[in-house]
Design a protein around this ligand. Structure first.
Ligand code: GLP
Length: 243
């Protein structure tokens, strides 16, 4: 099954599309198991979901929210942890139940064990009904960097130089910027029943092109999504390589 495309004129339109898709998915299955990414691309989507919640269009009360990755070494109170990102951009503004909100514990004493626990947790939830993903400039999905195996499960990874560069803007200088993360694996991703990827801006054009034209997956991890039966890519004209 080829990756389905929704091409929009702007990042704003991509966020609108994604928000409507998500609101519909929760309406169809209020107890959705929902995989969520962080990053700049999805900020506009999360703002729309907060607005939709305030307008009574969506409730997260029964939704299980499962974050896809976290920096190793950053606890939930660290300002740059993905736990903080999710709390501040989405969870504290909607009716998400604290016991239905999950993310890998970045400050766990044994990150390897924590990754294994997280994989088991996802399994015990029955896997993702809907998994939302962003796209790294190097084609990473969650934090599955180039070289990730299609069989990989949730694990500790070394971040690629391109990722460290792209995300250094969030850390003052490079000191304190984590070089490792816990991420759900490619196999974990491919077990999701439905996957939606968001990509906006010219910096993603190469990764989008590779994802749609067969990778190779060893160089562009997002190309692994071609093996999944239900993937939709929401993208704007810049990410599609149009000028
Ligand atoms: C980050 C996250 C990914 C995210 C991607 C895109 O590093 N680990 O889950 O999808 O990179 O980020 P952005 O939207 O900021 O380009």
């Amino acid at each position: 099954m080829p990756i389905a495309l929704t091409l929009s004129d702007s990042p704003v339109a991509v966020a609108d599309q994604a928000a409507e898709l998500l609101i519909d998915a929760v309406a169809a299955k209020p107890d959705l198991v929902l995989g969520l990414p962080t990053g700049s691309t999805v900020l506009a989507l999360y703002r729309r979901l907060v607005r939709a919640y305030r307008g009574g269009r969506v409730s997260f009360r029964q939704v299980t929210c499962v974050n896809v990755d976290e920096y190793v070494g950053l606890g939930p109170d660290h300002p740059q942890s993905y736990a903080t990102y999710m709390r501040e951009t989405l969870f504290r503004h909607v009716d998400a139940g604290p016991d239905r909100v999950h993310g890998p514990h970045g400050a766990a004493p044994d990150p390897v064990q924590e990754a294994a626990r997280y994989e088991r947790l996802i399994e015990s939830l029955g896997g993702f009904d809907l998994l939302l993903l962003g796209l790294g400039v190097n084609g990473h999905i969650a934090f599955n960097e180039p070289g990730s195996s299609p069989d990989s499960s949730t694990r500790v990874v070394e971040l690629a130089p391109a990722t460290l560069r792209a995300n250094s803007r969030f850390f003052a200088g490079s000191s304190g910027q984590p070089t490792k993360a816990i991420t759900i694996g490619i196999a974990t991703i491919l077990r999701a029943r439905r996957i939606v990827v968001l990509a906006t801006g010219v910096t993603k054009a190469k990764a989008v092109q590779a994802m749609l034209s067969g990778g190779p997956m060893s160089v562009w991890p997002a190309a692994a999504l071609a093996d999944h039966p239900d993937v939709r890519l929401l993208l704007d004209r810049a990410a599609a390589g149009e000028r």
